[in-house]
Design a protein around this ligand. Structure first.
Ligand code: BDR
Ligand code: CA
Length: 313
């Protein structure tokens, strides 16, 4: 087996973030160097705690969790309790974590790791607003060429937005940070709503997690049953989109996804379309291609992978 790929998960858990973390923890192809929390779905105090709860649920209290940005670079924080509940992780009853939060600021952790480890060996996996990543790029611009790849959940093009008609939540919350990341010159793989809206947590799929019969399987089913109710109401579907685990699944089985390399630019000026990911899918501009924009997913393969890997925890 080749060396596991080293990743930093930057996240705002969130039930779908939680499943992404569990997928990474259950996958020997990946080594989580650390988890950096950011304000997003709920405030930072809750997201960093939720990240620790999930590590403990998986029996991995040695994973290092760091707290990062408390608010976006320029705009006021927008949260999503209507989707994720007051705690951000409503659904299962998870105990207060005993594992400690690391003292180091998440942004410093990201910079230090990238400057210490061999260049081109660290992959960043942002699952929330891009504030921590942008702050790291500002603090130490030399990290940009050292990052192997940024694989992120965010944006939407053909599907439009989920918080405004134009914008997806993670990009909308901190569009200025997203702009910095998409201009950084680092290779980016983007999992937009165009992909994640095809990855639905149907009743049958949620049941498959429950049937694992393990602590992780039952908690996952409880999380998804809470999480999906909001989007089921919104979209009239059986199940809701399981956004963030697409990022981790790509690292394990890239063949599950199909997309196109194009330019993505972020709207930061217009209030009407704030945070829109303007994807030059048809190559109608001369703007440089800066992201692999995914559009399709083998959703059965994706859920099979999830059940198998969460089943190992
Ligand atoms: C994204 O927003 C959050 O609510 C989810 O965790 C996901 O990262 C989807 O728009
Ligand atoms: Ca998220």
């Amino acid at each position: 087996m080749p060396q596991p790929r080293k990743i930093i998960i930057d996240t705002d858990p969130g039930q779908d973030d939680a499943v992404a973390i569990l997928l990474a923890l259950g996958s020997p192809e990946l080594e989580i160097v650390g988890i950096s929390a950011v304000a997003g779905n709920v405030p930072l105090k809750l997201t960093e705690k939720n990240a620790r709860k999930i590590c403990e649920l998986a029996g991995r209290p040695e994973i290092k969790v760091y707290a990062g940005a408390i608010r976006p670079l320029v705009r006021q924080l927008v949260t999503a309790e209507e989707v994720h509940g007051q705690t951000g992780l409503n659904g299962p009853q998870l105990p207060e974590p005993a594992m400690k939060l690391q003292d180091q600021y998440a942004v410093d952790f990201i910079v230090e790791t990238l400057m210490r480890e061999e260049s081109g060996t660290i992959t960043l996996c942002p699952l929330g607003p891009l504030t921590n990543i942008a702050l790291a790029l500002i603090r130490e611009p030399r990290i940009a060429p050292r990052i192997k790849e940024i694989v992120l959940m965010g944006g939407g093009y053909f599907e439009g937005g989920n918080v405004t008609p134009a914008a997806e939540f993670n990009i909308y919350v901190d569009p200025h940070a997203a702009d910095i990341v998409f201009r950084s010159g680092t290779p980016i793989v983007m999992m937009p709503l165009d992909v994640t809206h095809k990855a639905l947590t149907t009743t049958q799929r949620t049941q498959a997690f429950r049937k694992l019969g393990t602590k992780v399987g039952i908690a996952t089913a409880d999380m998804l049953e809470f999480f999906e109710r909001y989007d089921e109401g919104k979209y009239g579907t059986d199940g809701g989109p399981l956004h963030d685990p697409c990022v981790i699944a790509y690292l394990i089985k890239p063949e599950l996804f199909k997309g196109r390399h194009c330019n993505v630019s972020i709207e930061t000026a217009s209030e009407l379309t704030m945070g829109m990911t303007v994807v030059d899918w048809w190559g109608v501009t001369k703007r440089e291609k800066n992201a692999m924009v995914m559009r399709d997913i083998d959703h059965d393969g994706f859920f099979a992978l999830l059940v198998e890997r969460l089943g190992r925890l």
